[in-house]
Design a protein around this ligand. Sequence first.
Ligand code: URA
Length: 208
Amino acid sequence: GARAGAIIPITAERAAPLRPAATSLQDCRRCPLWQRATQAVDGQGNRAADVMLVGEQPGDQEDLQGKPFIGPAGQLLEEALARAALDRESLYLTNAVKHFKWEPRGKRRLHKSPAQQEVLACRHWLEQELREVGPRVVVALGSTALLSLVGSKNVKLTEVLGQALQHEGRWIVPIYHPAYVLRVPDPALKTRAMEVMVAGLALAKQLA
Ligand code: URA
């Protein structure tokens, strides 16, 4: 408690009683997902890429190691990239949501889909990446990425799958999420889903 008339030195804390928006991803508190995550997982790759890939959120392995697409979904993605003759090193890979959302299931951490508010809160970081990298083509891996990129729930993944959409001066190509393809139980349908993914990636390469 300061006495009336006392001169109070303005320290950073006193000058900013409200927590300012984080300027660093690791300090992000824009939504509550940071609380249960090991770390924020930033995008990775070529910062001058013509093609950017946007996933949903880090998985268990990504959360622990701090890099996007290194777990099982990442391996399936690598296979699809190879089949589309796209080199991972030439791309920029990131996620719509930077923190892993999960709930305990025995000893495992079970993935939970991010809420729309969490996706919208995290757009701040994706927009920064889009500005910095400036890709000609953005591949949306699944509906969460699509929602983040077009900002509307009215665009349904199944209705635009594999198509090139013009949005804010760049191409968006929505494809399945690799984790979805991994979970398709029927082998013939899984093969088909993989083909749709590969075709979308090949289209992205062509547009770039
Ligand atoms: N799934 C995603 O959407 N992103 C990752 O980084 C890993 C799995």
